[in-house]
Design a protein around this ligand. Structure first.
Ligand code: FES
Length: 121
């Protein structure tokens, strides 16, 4: 096993390098979807956009599908601040933050690493 650490703020989840981020989070009981989106989502097809999270660390490059979805409202501008957890492979230790809003497009932090804490890392 080649482990990587996913820091989700209140704990660290250890998974195998190369795991799909959405699957790893769900398996650990850390839902990448907010409120109603935890029930109504595309189940990892990359089309609903509700699994958007902020990530610091080494992950796979955006897929064409992810690029397209993140250019569609309420997301805009393509991959940048947000990535779709269902389209991301964890390649190294990560710090992950989930923001408010049905699609995670807001600014208030729901869970995850506080940006203040990132400055020291
Ligand atoms: S679960 Fe729908 S885009 Fe990721």
């Amino acid at each position: 096993m080649d482990p990587v650490r996913l820091d989700v703020g209140d704990r660290v989840i250890v998974v195998e390098r190369g795991e799909n981020l959405r699957a790893a989070l769900l398996h650990a009981g850390c839902c990448p979807h907010n409120d109603g989106a935890s029930v109504v989502n595309c189940r990892g097809l990359g089309t609903c956009g509700t699994c958007a999270v902020e990530i610091v660390g080494a992950v796979s490059p955006p897929t064409r599908l992810e690029e397209a979805r993140l250019r569609f409202p309420p997301h805009e501008g393509g991959p940048g601040r947000l990535r779709l957890a269902c389209q991301v492979t964890a390649l190294g230790d990560l710090q992950i933050t989930k923001r408010a809003g049905f699609w995670g497009q807001g600014h208030e932090r729901c869970w995850g690493v506080d940006p203040q804490d990132r400055r020291g890392s």
